[in-house]
Ligand binder design. Structure first.
Ligand code: THU
Length: 137
């Protein structure tokens, strides 16, 4: 199994453990650190709908917690499963793109595009002209 396949499998396993009773759209994400090691997250939905959280941002939170707030992130791999357990397209939402790009524009993001093909792109291509911390200085 190559690196891409194992990250895909990790993300898929995280998606299978998601808590998505309202949408039935289960998402898993794996944050891969440059120094090795990876952290997973899944989406968690609540009856108070706006509280629900995305898999990517939960995986980022796990990576931040494990690295004293300084994760050097190489990639984020996303897998979403439909109700039948088959992988479905899941381009990361805008909020997740924003949170990823703040950790580095070169971070590669892998996901199934709407045409059903899996692709991997630098987050800077998914979110051009991002709002970055430098804007606050
Ligand atoms: N979701 C994610 O986990 N990541 C995204 O980038 C987009 C959407 C989740 C949130 C919600 O639980 C479900 O997918 C349907 O929107």
């Amino acid at each position: 199994m190559d690196r891409g396949e194992s990250l895909h499998e990790l993300a898929r396993a995280a998606a299978a453990r998601a808590h998505a009773p309202y949408s039935g759209f289960r998402v898993g994400a794996v944050v891969r650190l440059a120094g090795g090691g990876s952290h997973v997250g899944c989406n968690v939905e609540n009856a108070a709908f706006p509280l629900s959280g995305c898999a990517e941002r939960h995986a980022l939170a796990a990576a931040v917690a494990a690295t004293a707030g300084r994760p050097e992130i190489e990639s984020v791999t996303v897998v979403a499963l439909g109700p039948d357990g088959v992988e479905v397209p899941a381009p990361p939402c805008g909020a997740c793109r924003q949170q990823i790009v703040e950790f580095g524009p070169a971070i590669r993001v892998g996901f199934m595009a709407s045409d059903g093909r899996r692709i991997e792109l630098p987050v800077a291509e998914l979110l051009p002209h991002p709002f970055l911390p430098a804007a606050l200085r």
